[in-house]
Design a protein around this ligand. Sequence first.
Ligand code: DX5
Ligand code: ZN
Length: 222
Amino acid sequence: MSRPLRIAPSLLASDFCRLGEELARAEAAGADWHHVDVMDGHFVPNLTIGPPVVGSIKEVANIPLDVHLMIEEPAKWAEHYAQAGADVLSFHYEAAESNFEETLAAFKATGCQIGVAVNPPCGVEPLRPYLDQLDLILVMSVHAGFGGQSFMPEVLDKVRQLRSWGFRGDIEMDGGITAETAPACAEAGTNAFVAGTFLFRAPDMAAATADLRQAIEGAAVS
Ligand code: DX5
Ligand code: ZN
């Protein structure tokens, strides 16, 4: 694995009424990043949280915020989410296809670690000229919009492709990640793992996090 292993529980599967306690629970369980899913009801047919909530999360979080923007016109919002406290900030390629370079420049200007996300139908070829400018590539293993969907193994080819092109940044997989699905992701070259349902809905979040880490480490060394 060319980059450190990161486990990022997705807050989408947490209890939003008790967000502070849920953040603490994820940290106590061994999370490396908090994965924060931002949806606008346009790019995806679901609506979640905006900059004020990200700001409140930042006030109590003790680990980096990995903010996944599933929104239209991401360039307009980059600075807002950076100011709110994003450490890693990702936007979708599909939402910026017509003005990708301008959007990337707006994100780079924030000083955050920058990621670009792709939904399952979107290939990674368009990202190839920009690999040296990206800190992270977020490969969706479900269609963005909702937690609790099943993992799509066909997206693993994109991870292999990115590593074969020499991409040395973080590759993050998001959607349907469990201790069963994560090892194949690690073997393909994934080093950052988002898991919502598997971690937050587990009877014991710390045990589930440890199981996931062990499954990934076991795969990576083989
Ligand atoms: C889906 C989100 C994911 C989601 C993952 O659009 O980007 O982060 O919360 O949830 P699980 O792990 O339940 O598939
Ligand atoms: Zn996500």
